[in-house]
Design a protein around this ligand. Structure first.
Ligand SMILES: NC(=O)c1ccc[n+]([C@@H]2O[C@H](COP(=O)([O-])OP(=O)(O)OC[C@H]3O[C@@H](n4cnc5c(N)ncnc54)[C@H](O)[C@@H]3O)[C@@H](O)[C@H]2O)c1
Length: 286
């Protein structure tokens, strides 16, 4: 409509402008309704609790169908996701066991027809007792490597081919800031395993890039997951040095990691591979 004192051109421009605004609003609503991971199939290892559960909930809220592969029961996370209208299922899996991971890949292929996202999160971490490097039992050392390193390798080995068949995908390896700086109070078995994850990301990104698969590392700092909150000695052992090392002087919470995970899982990071994204309040510089 043309108002008094308004030229025909001004009135037309205003009408056009409001049409464009309307179209923008519809587009935004559609994008929001669709979610950043709509239609994607995802596997989250170790997603039954702790950070993995937070990652699965966040990815499902963005539209991904999340399969949780954990040695522990993921029933409660799966129920929470479904109750909020998301899609999730659990496939009990010991990631250190190749036959179990092969079975996981077969189920993923049969039930989902392929895979877009793998979050290699399963690890022995919160359940480990703080221990100095000279006192680590050799069998425990091997078990930590088997779950944390071999487990991430096996998941990539058997699940990346399902991504390649679709023309690409995203692997998010979960490391730790401790791999960059060690920890005066111990846990060398864990820290060494997380150093291997950094190297795995670099090695695998080179080989899987031509298949369209991006491989990146998320490196959280000490984050108060529900798992770590149950192991107070971990927190007490590390918190003073961790807080002193941070530019942002507060504890990390699972929600602090969600933006980085969704970025690495979504098409927003399609040209990012072989990188480490540290989310730790500015403790390390990658
Ligand atoms: N919370 C932190 O402060 C912190 C900091 C840096 C990195 N991380 C990393 O984040 C990830 C999650 O940590 P979290 O705090 O939730 O601790 P967590 O120990 O509870 O998480 C590990 C998950 O892996 C599962 N798991 C263990 N062994 C397995 C196996 N053999 N097969 C399959 N699943 C197995 C556990 O059941 C659990 O659900 C780990 O990779 C950890 O190293 C955590």
């Amino acid at each position: 409509m043309r108002h008094a004192g308004q030229s025909r051109d001004e009135s037309a421009a205003q009408a056009g402008g409001s049409r464009i605004e309307d179209l923008r609003a519809v587009a935004c609503q559609r994008t929001a309704a669709m979610g950043r991971l709509e239609g994607r199939q995802a596997v989250v290892t170790g997603g039954a609790k702790g950070l993995g559960a937070a990652f699965a909930r966040a990815m499902a809220a963005e539209g991904a169908h999340c399969l949780i592969a954990d040695i522990a029961s993921a029933q409660s996370v799966v129920s929470q996701i479904r109750a909020s209208g998301g899609k999730a299922a659990e496939i009990p899996t010991d990631v250190s066991d190749e036959s179990a991971v092969r079975h996981l890949a077969q189920v993923v292929e049969a039930e989902l027809g392929g895979l877009d996202i793998l979050v290699n999160n399963a690890a022995l971490y919160a359940s480990l007792e703080p221990v100095g490097c000279l006192d680590i039992d050799a069998d425990l050392w091997d078990r930590v490597m088997a779950v944390n390193v071999r487990g991430s390798f096996l998941a990539a080995k058997h699940l990346a081919p399902l991504m390649a068949k679709r023309g690409g995908g995203k692997i998010i390896n979960v490391s730790s800031g401790t791999a960059y700086k060690g920890q005066p109070t111990g846990m060398a078995h864990y820290i060494v395993s997380k150093g291997a994850i950094l190297a795995m990301t670099r090695a695998f990104s080179r080989e899987l890039g031509p298949m369209g698969i991006c491989v990146n590392t998320l490196a959280p700092g000490l984050t108060l997951s529900d798992s770590i909150l149950k192991n107070q000695p971990h927190i007490e052992m590390a918190e003073d040095s961790v807080l002193a090392s941070r530019a942002l002087k507060r504890h990390g919470r699972p929600d602090d990691l969600i933006g980085a995970v969704l970025f690495l899982a979504s098409s927003e990071s399609d040209f990012v591979t072989g990188q480490t994204l540290a989310v730790d309040g500015g403790s390390i510089n990658t």
